[in-house]
Design a protein around this ligand. Sequence first.
Ligand code: MG
Length: 273
Amino acid sequence: MVSHHPFSLISQGLAVPSRGRVLLGLCLILVCTAVQSQEIIAHRGYWKIDGSAQNSIDALMKADSIKAYGSEVDIWLSSDGIPVVNHDADVTLDGKKRVVQDTPFATLRKVTLANGEPLPTVEEYLDAFARCTHTKLIIEFKSHRTKEQEDELATKVVDMVNAKGLADKVEYISFSRNLVQQVRTLAPNAPVYYLNGDLPPDALSAMKLSGPDYNLGVFLKNPTWVKEAHDLGQKVNVWTVNRPEDIQKMIDLKVDYITTDEPLLVREMLDKQ
Ligand code: MG
């Protein structure tokens, strides 16, 4: 096996003629540039097209088909302990609102997404994700009423991700301090980002988190947080950036990940930089 690790290129470079060394240097610059590039995360999948729906399996597969860095998804625990995919705290069934965490899975299953898919379980979502060839899955744990529910959801989902051999392709995010801390303990090597916008980068390092994943307004108010996070070795994610002027501001701020409902627009703007 030939190693392509940049450091092995350096050591090989010492033994080759100067022109070869220059070429290897250029390769290294290319590698470094690629590492520093800004990436796109499709918010609730890539759903803003005919026939799709937010948080559907179809939106996940479409995020993969456009080679987004990541596809984000929101998850809850049903009242009988089944991890399910949904954004809002409630669903509407037969014209009646039901709180997801107070509703058994058999009832939640009757909910149909805008594209005709039944409301998916996390297990089904992960099985579809296993067929993705490019995108990572960015799992957002929603904040629950009790710590017990949050801990049960985190344990079940991290176990499921590990059992399916998907740990290298999954990242976790949450507004809940309890949930990010639980996941940090359950999955010590996984990227875990905090969403709530109320902690500066040094506080996130103290919690051993991967960095801030904040609303764009937070970074507009605290623009130095991006560099502070980078200086601490963190990555920076921002949501939900859809308007061209906001996308440009976040590109200029050098955030690492842009979470958006408009992945193709963000890509077009990144390509022009
Ligand atoms: Mg979300």
